[in-house]
Design a protein around this ligand. Structure first.
Ligand SMILES: [Zn+2]
Length: 294
């Protein structure tokens, strides 16, 4: 295990820098202040003068809907840590779409405005991290597990809203289709919260993490575990109680961690391309889109 730097936040630096970078981002003006709070006090929206009350209320509604979806998907056994007020800072961080901490996260206003489809997924992604971090403090969840949960939740939340797969999803699917057994082993051998200093390594960690979550759901142990997300939530709850990742994994999935790692690396060695994605949420996305014109 590599030594991890103390990292206060889980960053979502999606391979979408151009999505944000190409947008004309208005110069932020004024101090940060609370713009809106939901009547039940669960969600507070913080921003600058450029964000009006009406838009802040609409953003709070989007956050609430994503949070409710994540809570249902994860089926957390203990909701108590999740009831604390959540602060959402809506402001730009160049190159970063979302940043999650324990009880607050940050998301870009220009991103929310310009890309309602992908940013919906980012909300679900970050809220998945929020729940993990509220359970295990400081975060001891392996980085590939945390990001794998976040990415698959983000994608599935977008799909639940009826949004079609995006170019980002095709890029992720093609990357997963091409990873080697050495890539898979390198990611699963590192149980640290992740190394965010190297964007390329971070991208591999996120994408292979997502693939691993889908491997658990569809193939691991033969038929896989359809309830993979609630099970991983229980793994994290057990880690809150002091269990290490491998022990918690064995308790919840009934599988030896080292054997599971070996099975995943074998999957990476034996499969490739479209075959690898069969049955996963990215099936068919690695190929070039078909033209509808003859
Ligand atoms: Zn993330």
């Amino acid at each position: 295990m590599r030594c991890s730097k103390p990292v206060a936040a889980a960053l979502t630096v999606l391979a979408l820098a151009s999505t944000l970078g190409c947008q004309p981002v208005a110069r932020a003006e004024g101090r940060m202040r609370q713009i809106y709070e939901t009547p039940d006090g669960r969600i507070r929206i913080v921003g600058r003068a450029e964000l009006g009350t009406g838009e802040a209320e609409a953003i709070a509604g989007r956050v609430q809907a994503a949070y409710d979806w994540v809570a249902r998907t994860q089926a957390w056994p203990d909701a108590a840590p999740l009831s604390a007020p959540l602060q959402v800072t809506v402001a730009e961080t160049p190159g970063v779409l979302g940043v999650a901490m324990k009880d607050r996260f940050k998301v870009g206003l220009a991103y929310l405005r310009s890309d309602p489809v992908l940013s919906a997924g980012t909300l679900a992604h970050e809220l998945t991290h929020i729940q993990d971090r509220r359970e295990v403090r400081p975060s001891g969840v392996p980085g590939f597990i945390a990001e794998g949960r976040g990415l698959t939740d983000g994608f599935m939340y977008r799909r639940s809203l009826g949004y079609p797969p995006q170019p980002y999803d095709r890029s992720l699917a093609r990357a997963i289709a091409g990873y080697t057994a050495a890539d898979a082993a390198a990611v699963l051998d590192d149980l640290s919260p992740g190394d965010l200093a190297d964007p390329a390594a971070n991208r591999r960690l996120e994408f292979i993490g997502a693939w691993f979550v889908e491997f658990l759901r569809t193939r691991c142990g033969g038929a896989g575990f359809v309830d993979v997300q609630p099970r991983l939530a229980r793994v994290i709850t057990e880690m809150r109680g002091g269990a290490d990742f491998g022990a918690a994994f064995k308790d919840v999935f009934g599988l030896d961690w080292d054997a599971t790692r070996t099975a995943f690396v074998a999957e990476a060695r034996q499969t490739r391309g479209a075959e690898r994605l069969k049955g996963t949420i990215w099936q068919g996305l690695a190929e070039a889109p078909h033209s509808k014109t003859p």
